[in-house]
Design a protein around this ligand. Structure first.
Ligand code: RFL
Ligand code: PHB
Length: 400
């Protein structure tokens, strides 16, 4: 087998890259260890920045997004028993975000790849990448029918997430890692109940952080800060709802969280991680394979999409004899990655109960929250970061 670009991983990064390359007439093969059904059902992110929505529209991927996505002009920050609105539209001159689940983005991408005859191999095992410093790197995998394949490529994209094999193919002395763990995790549920809010609520509470997000007019997505080593078994539905009611309570307002059947439940650890450079020879890392952020700023999916928006034109140029954009790929992406890493760390530190924190730290946290909702400058900074960074290049020009 031969292809121009071998892509490891059929998450948002790998699938979108494959599509952006196809728009440029570049051939790719995507390999994925999980089944198609698993990839389409995995509950993860839910918020798209302005720039991500524009990219999907320009790439012809927004039919369902334009019908089903929920445009939000702000968020609520709740603390000390009060709920405050941060108005993104007003603060940023009209910028918004769109609530559209990662499951739907992935479904749209897979449907498009399959409809246009793109090669996506699900249920593969034993993926290997080799000869990465030559100009003919090799991708090997065993397909669902047990056949071993070897694919000669011009370049390989490692879009295989945080636990994939591609980052580990870079010699450790050539990869600089910066990382931070957090002493808590998120318990997330999907509930068959209409949202109790028109926009996301980020709640700071003495018991810990809570987030009310949504998936559709009839389905809600809710999160609770829990201990780093807790198991889902310790959280029966009643306990989850009681804790959510407590953390979102607004005394005297009459507001109450609507409850319904829990459709999905999972625990996500929190970590910041940046591996650099995002390239080794003809191997290019994109998305979670290179960097992860805690979900408090809703940045993970958006960063994955921004990376491949830079990578597609860079690979196009490389394949046509111009190495410069590929040489700049890592540095270009890392500027956005570090901005999002800082913002996610800042949101996480401001909103969670930090185990072991003393009264001094608790007061500093509350002071920061009061400042964000009282100062136009501080609120604008949050709004600008949350909605995205038009000033940082993401290579959204799809034309060659
Ligand atoms: P993905 O989505 O992890 O996709 C990588 C794909 O690679 C496959 N793979 C392999 N395929 C072939 N051979 C191998 N050896 C392979 N090893 C792995 C995997 O099966 C997978 O299908 O990475 P990508 O495309 O970079 O996309 C990134 C986003 O998925 C991620 O940043 C966000 O979802 C992060 N994230 C969240 N972000 C938010 O903004 N809000 C959230 O609420 C949120 N929740 C989450 C999350 C990430 C989670 N992970 C990674 C544990 C919840 C979870 C559970
Ligand atoms: C989600 O809808 O899953 C979501 C929204 C905002 C976040 C994290 C997750 O900050």
């Amino acid at each position: 087998m031969r292809t121009q670009v071998g892509i490891v991983g059929a998450g948002p990064a790998g699938l979108l890259l494959s599509h952006l390359l196809a728009l440029r007439g570049i051939d790719s093969v995507v390999v994925e260890t999980r089944s198609r059904a698993y990839c389409e059902a995995r509950q993860r992110a839910g918020v798209l920045e302005d720039g991500s929505v524009r990219l999907l529209r320009e790439a012809g991927l927004a039919d369902r997004l334009d019908r089903l996505g929920l445009e939000h002009g702000g968020i609520y920050l709740q603390f000390a028993g009060e709920r405050h609105h941060v108005d993104f539209r007003e603060l940023t001159g009209g910028r918004t975000v769109t609530v559209y689940a990662q499951t739907e983005v992935v479904k749209d991408l897979i449907a498009k790849r399959v409809a246009s005859g793109g090669a996506v191999h699900f249920d593969v095992v034993d993926t290997e990448v080799d000869h990465l410093t030559s100009d003919q790197p090799v991708l090997r995998f065993t397909g669902a029918d047990g056949t071993r394949h070897e694919v000669g490529c011009d370049a390989i994209a490692g879009c295989d997430g945080f636990h994939g094999i591609c980052r580990e193919a870079i010699p450790p002395d050539l990869l600089t890692v910066r990382e931070r763990g957090y002493p808590f995790a998120w318990l997330g549920i999907l509930a068959d109940v209409p949202p109790s809010t028109d926009e996301l609520i980020y709640a700071h509470h003495p018991n810990g952080f809570a987030l009310h997000s949504l998936r559709s007019p009839t389905v809600s997505r809710l999160y609770l800060q829990v201990g780093p080593d807790e198991s889902v078994g310790a959280w029966p539905d009643d306990r989850i709802w009681d804790e959510l009611q407590c953390r979102f309570e607004l005394p005297g307002s009459g507001w109450r969280l609507k409850q319904g059947p829990v459709l999905d439940k999972g625990i996500t650890p929190m970590r910041s991680f940046v591996g650099a450079p995002m390239r080794y020879g003809r191997l290019f890392l994109a998305g979670d394979a290179a960097h992860i952020v805690p979900p408090t700023g809703a940045k993970g999916l958006n960063l994955a999409m921004a990376d491949v928006a830079v990578l597609a034109p860079a690979l196009d140029a490389l394949l046509h004899g111009d190495a410069r954009p590929a040489d700049d790929y890592s540095a270009t992406c890392l500027r956005r990655v570090w901005r999002s890493t800082h913002f996610s760390w800042w949101m996480t530190s401001m909103l969670h109960r930090i185990p072991g924190a003393d009264d001094m730290e608790a007061e500093l946290q509350l002071s920061q929250l009061r400042y964000v909702v009282a100062s136009r400058a501080a609120a604008t900074s949050l709004a600008e970061n949350y909605t995205g960074y038009p000033e940082l290049p993401a290579g959204t020009n799809l034309a060659r």
